[in-house]
Write a protein that binds this ligand. Structure first.
Ligand code: CDP
Length: 210
């Protein structure tokens, strides 16, 4: 560590890993941390969602992961629950995960620092991350947040969230779990502002002095 603070070109790399189950508030926290500390942000779920949509259209999943292009991240429906379901299916395929690894690692170590949110950032993608957060909340709270965002049938949204969590936590390759050295933030009883404040306090305490 060279004693510089992150937050600008030419500064040291500094990685914040944000993992957790569906709709726990990872994205809100990751975006806010990136803005507050001047870090780049990558929502790694979008990569799996984009591969999922290509697979849903008939492409072989590993080939889809290798061919992923920036335009895939503009696909209609990318942020919906159908794409999320496809994402968690292709995410269980080791060759798909392997194909997406280099891009994520290079992003994580970019000069100036980066925040990545996903399922396996602190455990597999960036085990050396300077900060690891595991953001969680009860399934009912998470399903309610997703329902408020997307609408639909509340019971069906809860069932989808629970099915996806079980698939993500149960897969053999890079299952969803907190890294042993992650700080757990349970947002069940927190609003977004409180969750961001809790995360920001952890990041601020780990920033190199400058
Ligand atoms: O927004 P939400 O938390 O519901 O999902 P997401 O982060 O967009 O991720 C969609 C799916 O992609 C997850 O259910 C995982 O199966 C998969 N994923 C993964 O396996 N590893 C990651 N680093 C990110 C997402």
């Amino acid at each position: 560590m060279n004693g510089t603070r992150p937050g600008g070109a030419g500064r040291a790399s500094f990685t914040v890993a944000v993992d957790g189950p569906a709709a726990a508030g990872k994205g809100t926290i990751a975006r806010a941390i990136a803005a507050r500390f001047g870090l780049a942000h990558l929502d790694t779920g979008l990569l799996y969602r984009a591969v999922g949509l290509r697979a849903a259209a008939g492409e072989e999943p590993e080939a889809a992961a290798r061919a992923l292009a920036a335009a895939d991240l503009d696909r209609p429906g990318l942020r919906g629950e159908a794409a999320a379901g496809w994402a968690s299916r292709v995410a269980a395929i080791p060759a798909v995960r392997a194909a997406l690894l280099d891009f994520q690692r290079t992003f994580a170590r970019r000069p100036g620092g980066a925040v990545l949110d996903g399922r396996d950032i602190g455990t597999v993608v960036c085990p050396e991350a300077e900060v690891k957060l595991f953001v969680t909340a009860s399934p009912e709270v998470r399903a309610r947040r997703r329902w408020l965002e997307q609408g639909g049938e509340a019971a069906a949204v809860l069932a989808e969230v629970q099915t996806r969590d079980a698939r993500d936590a149960g897969r053999a390759d890079a299952p969803l779990r907190a890294a042993p050295d992650a700080v757990v933030i349970d947002t069940s009883a927190m609003d977004a502002e409180a969750a961001v404040a809790a995360a920001a306090a952890v990041v601020a305490a780990r920033l190199p002095p400058g």
